[in-house]
Design a protein around this ligand. Structure first.
Ligand code: NAD
Ligand code: TYD
Length: 346
C-alpha cells in the first residue's frame, strides 16, 4: 500500500516534537506513544500556551523526554538533535492565536518564521530523515459561500498569524527544493478537544458558559469554520509523517462546517445554559469569512479519514472541560486575565 515504508519507526527511532506542551502537540505525543514504539523528545519554550499538566499521563513513560527551550535557539536545537540521535522532526511549536497576532505580530515572526528556519538549518546539518511542518488552512485565506481549499489553492494569508505560517511553509518548501530535505507540510482546519487553551472559540465559550460569563461573538456570528476533533488531526499528521511524499502538502479537515453562532448555541445547550449569555461584540479586524477543506488527497494517498462527528466531539469536549475545572482555573489566571480584558474591552 505504501512505498516508503523505510520511514516506519523502528524500535529505536527517536523523533523531536516541538511545541509538545501545547494543545495539539500534547495530544499528538500521546497519540504517537499509543500507536507506535517511537521515542519522543518534546522541546517546548513553555509560553503562556505551553502547559506540562497536559502531559502528566506520559511524563513517566521511558519513551518520553521533555526539554525546556525555544526553537529559536540554534544551540539548544542542535544539542537535542545530537544528544538524542533524532531521526525526524514534527514542528508544532508556534504562536497560534489570530487575535494575539493582531495585538502584536512580532512573536509570530520570531517563533513561526525564525524558529522554523532554525529547525530547518539544523535538520539539514544533522541529516534528519523526515521533517513535518504542522501548518494551517488559514494560509489559503478566506472563501466565499462556495468552494473548498485544496493543496493547489494559492497562499493568500490575511492575518499576521497566517502570514507567518505561510512564510514558514515557504521556507520548508525551499529546503526541499534547494537542499533535498525530506519534508512534508500538513494544513488542517480548526481543531477542538481536551487541553485547548481557552482563548480559542470552543474552549473559551465552554468555560465562559460554565462560569456564567457572557459569550463574546464577533460580528454577526455568521463566519464559518470547519471543525475537526484533535485526535483526527493527530492521526493524519502521524500518517503524513510516516507515509507522506517528500515535498507534498496534505490538507486535513473535519467535514463539519458550522456558523460560529450555531457552535455557540450548541455549547450553551450542552452546558445547560441560556442563550441570553450571548453578547455580540465588535468584529475581528480582517476576519476571514469561511474556511472549508477538501481533504480527498489525504484520503486517497494516506488512507486517512476524520472519524469523530462534531456532535460526538463537542459532547466529549464539554465533558472534559466540566471534569477538569482545576486545569481551566489554573490557566484562567494572571496573564490570561490581562489578555482577556484587553481583547474584549468594548
Ligand atoms: P498552542 O498555542 O496550544 O501551542 C503552541 C505550543 O508551542 C506551546 O506549548 C508553546 O509553549 C510552544 N511554543 C511557542 N513558541 C515556542 C518556541 N519558540 N519554541 C518552542 N516552543 C514554543 O497551539 P496549537 O493549537 O497546539 O497549535 C499547534 C500547531 O498547529 C501550530 O503550528 C498551529 O499553527 C497549528 N494548527 C493549529 C490549529 C488549531 O486549530 N489550533 C489548526 C491547524 C494548525
Ligand atoms: P478561533 O478559535 O480564534 O480560530 P480562528 O480564528 O483561527 O479560526 O476563532 C474561530 C471563530 O470564532 C472565528 O471566526 C472567530 C470567532 N470568535 C468569536 O466569535 N469570539 C471569540 O471570542 C473568539 C475567540 C473567536
Amino acid at each position: 500500500m505504501f512505498n516508503n515504508t523505510y520511514l516506519l519507526p523502528t524500535m529505536h527511532s527517536t523523533i523531536l516534537v516541538t511545541g509538545g506542551a501545547g494543545f495539539i502537540g500534547s495530544n499528538l505525543i500521546k497519540y504517537i506513544l499509543e500507536h507506535s514504539n517511537t521515542h519522543i523528545v518534546n522541546l517546548d519554550a513553555l509560553t503562556y500556551a505551553g502547559n506540562l499538566q497536559n502531559l502528566t499521563d506520559v511524563e513517566l513513560d521511558s519513551r518520553y523526554t521533555f526539554v525546556h527551550g525555544s526553537i529559536q535557539n540554534a544551540e539548544i536545537v542542535r544539542y537535542v538533535l545530537r544528544r538524542y540521535n533524532i531521526s525526524g522532526i514534527i514542528n508544532c511549536a508556534a504562536e497560534s492565536h489570530v487575535d494575539r497576532s493582531i495585538q502584536s505580530a512580532q512573536p509570530f515572526v520570531d517563533t513561526n518564521i525564525n524558529g522554523t528556519l532554525v529547525l530547518l538549518e539544523a535538520a539539514k546539518e544533522y541529516g534528519i530523515r523526515r521533517f513535518l511542518q504542522m501548518s494551517t488552512d488559514e494560509v489559503y485565506g478566506s472563501l466565499g459561500a462556495e468552494g473548498f481549499f485544496t493543496e493547489e489553492t494559492p497562499l493568500q494569508p490575511n492575518s499576521p498569524y497566517s502570514a507567518s505560517k505561510a512564510a514558514s511553509d515557504c521556507l520548508v518548501r525551499s529546503f526541499v527544493h534547494t537542499h533535498n530535505l525530506d519534508a512534508v507540510i500538513t494544513r488542517c482546519s480548526n481543531n477542538y478537544g481536551p487541553y485547548q487553551f481557552p482563548e480559542k472559540l470552543i474552549p473559551l465559550m465552554i468555560s465562559n458558559a460554565v462560569n456564567d460569563i457572557s459569550l463574546p461573538v464577533y460580528g454577526d456570528g455568521m463566519n464559518v469554520r470547519d471543525w475537526i476533533y484533535v485526535t483526527d488531526h493527530c492521526s493524519g499528521v502521524w500518517q503524513a509523517y510516516q507515509h507522506g511524499k517528500a515535498g507534498e502538502v496534505y490538507n486535513f479537515g473535519g467535514k463539519s462546517e458550522k456558523y460560529n453562532i450555531d457552535v455557540v448555541k450548541m455549547i450553551l445547550q450542552g452546558v445547560g445554559k441560556d442563550e441570553s449569555l450571548i453578547t455580540y461584540v465588535k468584529d475581528r479586524p480582517g476576519h476571514d469569512k469561511r474556511y472549508a477543506i477538501d481533504c480527498t488527497k489525504a484520503e486517497r494517498e494516506l488512507q486517512w479519514q476524520p472519524t469523530v462527528t462534531f456532535e460526538e466531539g463537542l459532547a466529549k469536549t464539554i465533558a472534559w472541560y466540566q471534569d477538569n475545572n482545576a486545569w481551566v482555573e489554573n490557566v484562567r489566571s494572571g496573564a490570561y486575565l490581562a489578555y482577556y480584558a484587553k481583547q474584549y474591552q468594548q
